[in-house]
Design a protein around this ligand. Structure first.
Ligand SMILES: [Mg+2]
Ligand SMILES: [Zn+2]
Length: 258
């Protein structure tokens, strides 16, 4: 075994990648805004005709045309509650000097607003999602993560706007020495989390939310899954498992020969 293949106990070498909707947040942030801001009828009317990403951008246009402001959307997002156990898991992982990233098909504005409101935005080194900006008329615009000018990612598991496996390839950059020693813990629930799960190695860990699509896909997959699988049902379990994994990877790491 080359030293590069051994786990090392140096802090900061564990990366914890978090999905957002139905993982960090128990609900779905897009659903929350649509329902709370009374957009259901239009949403349902357009659901079949627009890709999800464009649909949410269209919903923001609707809010703007109704005279609803960015502040109104912020106030709506500030009513989202997060499970205290999940907040505590995020803080603990950060305190253990893990590198935390969000990888989500929601959008930058929703995620940042919610994380900031709960005082945990600073715990993350990166938020990889569909980008947003507020235009000069005060309308929130939502764009595809991979951009409209980028070549299609060619992945048939993922929607065109975001392939999380494509992003995972970048995080796992094989030319970086650092990557070989880095252990990844991936936490998610959705079908979109299956593609990045397939990129994980046998030293990595995936934490699927029990009885959600990722869990089903892992359980029934004909493609072998390399990472260790740890399912969770609620914030308390997520917290317990994550802290256990971090403890396992960090202090005992020198003795683990892979
Ligand atoms: Mg999710
Ligand atoms: Zn993909």
């Amino acid at each position: 075994m080359s030293p590069a293949n051994q786990l090392s106990g140096v802090a900061g070498e564990t990366t914890v990648i978090w999905d957002f909707d139905r993982t960090i947040m128990d609900d779905d942030s897009d659903r929350w805004v649509v329902v709370e801001m009374g957009l259901n009828p239009l949403f349902n009317q357009l659901r079949q005709t627009l890709p999800w990403n464009s649909l949410m951008d269209r919903m923001m246009e609707e809010l703007h045309s109704q005279g609803r402001t960015i502040e109104d959307i912020t106030n709506c997002l500030n009513r989202v509650e997060l499970n205290p156990q999940i907040i505590s898991a995020i803080r603990a992982a950060h305190d253990h000097r893990c590198d935390l990233k969000v990888l989500s098909d929601a959008n930058q504005f929703f995620i940042e607003t919610i994380l900031k409101n709960h005082g945990i935005y600073e715990c993350f080194s990166e938020i990889i999602t569909n980008p947003t900006f507020v235009d000069k008329e005060g309308r929130l615009r939502i764009f595809p993560s991979h951009g409209s000018n980028v070549q299609p990612h060619g992945c048939n598991l993922c929607p065109p706007n975001l392939c999380k496996g494509f992003v995972m390839n970048r995080i796992q950059d094989p030319t970086s020495q650092d990557t070989k020693k880095r252990v990844i813990i991936y936490i998610g629930d959705g079908g979109g989390d299956f593609c990045p799960t397939l990129k994980l190695r046998d030293v990595d860990h995936v934490m699927p939310r029990k009885d959600f699509p990722l869990h089903h896909l892992i359980s029934t997959s004909s493609i072998p899954i390399k990472p260790n699988v740890h399912e969770w049902s609620n914030g308390e379990e997520l917290n317990k498992i994550l802290i256990h994994l971090i403890d396992l990877v960090l202090p005992n790491a020198e003795t683990v020969d892979r």
